[in-house]
Design a protein around this ligand. Structure first.
Ligand code: DQA
Length: 165
């Protein structure tokens, strides 16, 4: 007689299998691979997305990755994230330093967001030192090249799993 195996109990504090992470990249990041490789490295955005999906599969979370050069499109994606995603990784690129609209969008949806950068903006030109979006983010990962995205994914998943309530 065939016996049905009982499902494994959910581990306390572990991320739910259907935790969904939205990864957004802003202007000019579609050019990664050839864009100022001395600053941003040689890995393409498609390669980073593939690595994020693979790491997401290891962690048991679903990763959806998108890129746009348009501030409004990024606002639309963030604005639509509530109820569809549990967390956001955002490399807003140059909009990091200018966009009150993105700051407001992150605050409006109240979906935990981590600011991500390949380079370390604070160690670069003065006009990159200020982040408009940082006050709405739970954390920031920068300066590790493409690995910033991967480290931010690990950090956000752990943050979500240990969040009280
Ligand atoms: C960046 C840093 C920004 O200052 C810059 O405008 C970018 C990329 C990064 O990932 O290092 O486009 O966000």
């Amino acid at each position: 007689m065939a016996t049905k195996k009982a499902p494994a109990p959910a581990r306390r504090g572990a991320p739910a299998a259907r935790t969904r992470i939205l990864v957004l990249s802003g202007p000019n990041l579609q050019l990664l691979g050839t864009r100022e490789p001395d600053v941003y490295g040689r890995e393409t955005l498609a390669g980073i997305h593939a690595r994020l999906r693979a790491r997401g599969a290891e962690l048991g979370v679903q990763v959806t990755a998108r890129q746009s050069n348009h501030e409004g499109r990024l606002c639309d994606w963030i604005g639509g994230a509530r109820g569809k995603f549990d967390g956001i990784l955002l490399n807003a690129a140059a909009y990091t330093h200018t966009s009150l609209a993105l700051l407001d969008a992150i605050k409006a949806v109240a979906v935990p967001c981590v600011e991500v950068h390949l380079s370390n903006p604070e160690a670069r030109e003065a006009y990159r030192h200020a982040s408009r979006i940082a006050p709405a983010c739970v954390a920031k990962v920068s300066g590790f090249g493409a690995d910033s995205y991967l480290l931010a994914l690990d950090g956000l998943v752990r943050w979500l799993a240990s969040r009280p309530g």
